[in-house]
Ligand binder design. Sequence first.
Ligand code: T1G
Length: 692
Amino acid sequence: MSETVSVSKDGEIAIVTVDNPPVNAVGLSVRQGLWDAIPALEADDSVRAAVLICAGRTFIAGADIREFDGGALDPWLPEIVDRMHASTKPWVAAIHGTALGGGLETALGAHYRVALASAKVGLPEVALGIIPGAGGTQRTPRLTCAAAAVKLVTSGAPISAAEAQDAGLIDRIVDDLLPDAVAFARSIMDQPVPRLDPAPAPTDLTPADWDELRQTVQKKAKGQLSPVRGLDAVRIAFELPLSEGMDRERDIFLELKETDQSKALRHAFFAERAVAKPAALKGAKPRQLERVAIVGGGLMGSGIATAALTAGLIVTIIEQTMDAAEQAKGRVAANLESGVRKGRMSEDQRDALLGKLRVTNSYHGADGADLCIEAVFEDADTKRAVFEQLAQIAGPDAILATNTSYIDPVSFTDAVPNPGRVMGLHFFSPAHIMRLVEVVRTPQTEPEVLATGFALAKKMRKVAVLSGVCDGFIGNRILGAYGRMAGYLLEDGASPQQIDAAMKRFGMPMGPFEMFDMAGLQIGYANRKREAATRPADQRYSRVPDLIVEQGWLGQKTKQGYYRYEDGSRTAIPSEEFNALLEAERGARNITPRDISDEEIVASLHAVQVNEAAMILAEGVAERPLDIDIVKLMGYGYPRWRGGPMMEADRLGTDRVLATMQQIAETDPGSWSVAPLLSRLGAEATPFSSLN
Ligand code: T1G
């Protein structure tokens, strides 16, 4: 055996236990152990059947993703699964936790599968830019219908044990996993061992149906390759015998594993976990959280309250009047109702969560709170007043957090006693949906307070990234550079629709100008006024964003911004009025518009983000390039299959990004400096991944 696979017996039933914490990934040691166990049990006349079970919290959660960057190591999982399926003695997979990827594929190699009702099964490989590579696309279609197989493979989403049983992937749902699995094995050990029919799986789908399915999957994949290739592999199961289908699946799997998209998605997977362990928090223990008070029940405050309730906390919203407080409660109720409609919770769960919400117009709502979060108007004086009240009423050790998205927390909390308990918790709107939280440390914030912010984010099923203090922290500061460059490109000759279309082809959910129109143009206007005092005198200033706001064009909400909008529609329509304003402004600035290629737009907008990120890293506002990537992936819709701007810079070649930034800086030295990027990468243009 191996140190991760052991065999015991219960009479004539062999129990093969995989024990490879934390998630029983089927790494080399597990594969070797299974490879050896199968023939050993075949040769043991005292064994009539085998149960495959896992120790710890879950059944096998897949291949060991860390092995992907090295060469494939014998024994390969497909061969192990084939060997198990060819066994003359029946194997029963006993599933708890999540049987994912290679885990489900191993279970499909067994002849039967039993599971706890709480178990889930899935084939999430497409989320890693690959497809199942151990028979998942070939065995699933031979056990369930084409639609279910296509959905499992191309969505990557897990399904419950009950759904899997309905789909024919699980034989029985049991209460007490091991004894019930052994009993099940004993009940079938004298029956003929069931085998998958190697013939092409039957289906009534026509070639036209498959083509239509492929288009649907392609549209949903938004540029990602693996879902579409997963569909191709599933289709093969209905056209070729099993052995040929397995070969074709393996070819597609090996091809995708080497793609930039898969490397980026694997980077995102591990980065999403690494951000939770910043060096600054090493050894810091989070405090227990039970009660949260939120000051401000507007869009953000009610979203944060919804997330806190869903995380199991008791929540009090403090508003200025009872009427406003009741309106806040209504917003929370609407958010929870949306969760019911989307099947994320039952009506009873919704009611139970609402039962843990109090609303009040008194700061005494903060009595007994472990954590108070300020989510009022983005104005330092308004926030200062809130913290003065909280400092008087909340407990002396209560953690006091601000949801400010730009302003230095110290600038309005300097009067708070015990400043070590002050931090920023920058949620992204809508706060009950967006997964990113920037946990902002002031120079005084204690590590355990920050660790508590990270623990809160995890309870909310969000991803926290540690940020130091600067204008806009990590994400909005980079957005500032992005928006500034987009404005320059606009003045120099591009149109909003050209810039937005280029960025959507890059993979962004929307372009900068559609995004600004959606968010509302007055936010940027206020920020630019706030920044005016510190803006470098020789930095190019595009007046276009101010001119449109001063026209009363605030974006979607006024049906006119960079685009125009029909009543009740969010569809951005090129605007003659805007174009006229832009032309007039170009004339006033003596700018002769030039043709700007999509390539220049994408390269410029990427380079200035990476350059700003280099400054953020150099200042210690972010710890690692992967922190920057996760902020962009989780908070700004950056295409996950590119891994984030820093991963994209490595893919392009940091020397190319450096050259683009040098060109930009030479053209407009007052607005841009390449020094930060150059100092971060060095003349040898070190890849960012080596700095993680
Ligand atoms: N390989 C290596 N490490 C893994 C891993 C995996 N498959 N899954 C998790 N980890 C690590 C993770 O990095 C973290 O490490 C720790 O385990 C806990 O994870 C042949 C080729 C199972 C639902 O894609 O979805 O099979 O940070 O924090 O929130 O066709 O982990 O502690 O050092 O996420 O309880 C397919 C990926 C692989 C499943 C548990 N399988 N994992 O969530 O814990 S490809 C997957 C998950 C494949 C076959 C193909 C989740 C989880 P550290 P965690 P969790």
